[in-house]
Design a protein around this ligand. Sequence first.
Ligand SMILES: [Zn+2]
Length: 192
Amino acid sequence: MKNTVPVEVSARHVHLTQEQIEILFGKGHELTVKKMLSQPGQFAAEERVTIVGPKRNLERVSVLGPARKAGQVELSMTDCFSIGIKDAPVRESGVLDGTPGVTLKTDMGEVTLDQGVIVAKRHIHMTEADAADFGCKDKDIVSVKVETNGRSLTFDDVVVRVRDDFALAMHIDTDEANAGSISGDVTGTVIK
Ligand SMILES: [Zn+2]
């Protein structure tokens, strides 16, 4: 049975609807691919936005493409404290009911999301074949041990997400990465 996963660190970013993209970057605008990400079809865009917080702003925040059905802002807890958003919950991507809203702006426009600010719940993307190899299924909660120089740790509460258009990778945010001195090519061991 397989038990190791590549660990990838997601920095703060936003997902936008096509309508929001056009408000922020101009009518008919489409996101420009800067770099393809590990998940098939997903990319970091050239476009950047400013997140307007109650206490201060976060400038030049990455936009990830392609456009989605709902805007979503993924921040670390450190980001949330820094800009004054107090009540962002730890959530899986796309589960936005009851999350705080926020305003995004560029030189061209401004959009206020009624909801959508989350601290992403750490997760592992798997295909059906991966899930069979690991003996896991969608929505399982597992632990992942990561060994680094002097800050090894085990992440509990890691949700497994299975879809055939995923590629095998664990995603953590920058706070979680810093807690474990995780950077570069790091592999975790899944513990069930
Ligand atoms: Zn992910």
